[in-house]
Design a binder for this molecule. Sequence first.
Ligand code: COA
Length: 163
Amino acid sequence: MKIKVIDNLKGKTESLSQSKVDNVVALIRKNTQDVNQGEYRSDDLERLNDFATPEKIQKELERGYLAMLFNDEKDLIGCALVVRRGIRLIIKTLQVKTVYCRKGYGSLLYKHCESLFEQMGMNEIEVEVPKFPRSEAFYRSHGFVKTGNPTQRDLRFAMFKYI
Ligand SMILES: CC(C)(COP(=O)(O)OP(=O)(O)OC[C@H]1O[C@@H](n2cnc3c(N)ncnc32)[C@H](O)[C@@H]1OP(=O)(O)O)[C@@H](O)C(=O)NCCC(=O)NCCS
């Protein structure tokens, strides 16, 4: 396993190749489809993933952070995207391919994000969580709390952790 990081939070230093951004987009879209057990109808799943286009990810990444996890065959099996929202940073998405789940890879990606928030002087981490039970369980396992319940119309909800 290998992690490759692109960190443009303090100014653009590196860009993502077209083939890599296409892989990131494909991973996000396929993975959310694979974990969906009816939490989202297909049109809602499309709305959930509307940030996941090559153009939008490249745009976010101009001032953002992306960690990509590759297996030994160099296939992309996970990623974490941190983006700027005004003066705040949020974990926009964190994904691990389903066949690699429950092996600690999500936590490995998360730890990279947590140290990034610390380095950036933040005292709180916010994540945008989709309505998959595993997503909430994952962030709870890392000490996050939920501040409200999503309504049926909400696509995601926020969870927070003080660091
Ligand atoms: C959520 C996700 C990133 C977790 O990745 P992962 O590699 O399986 O995570 P880890 O193996 O590091 O799990 C850490 C802990 O989270 C919790 N957890 C993870 N998946 C869980 C599940 N399916 N059910 C219950 N708890 C779960 C457990 O406490 C787990 O620790 P344990 O395995 O020792 O019990 C992955 O399931 C995923 O990509 N889901 C779809 C996208 C998503 O919802 N991302 C999150 C927000 S954008």
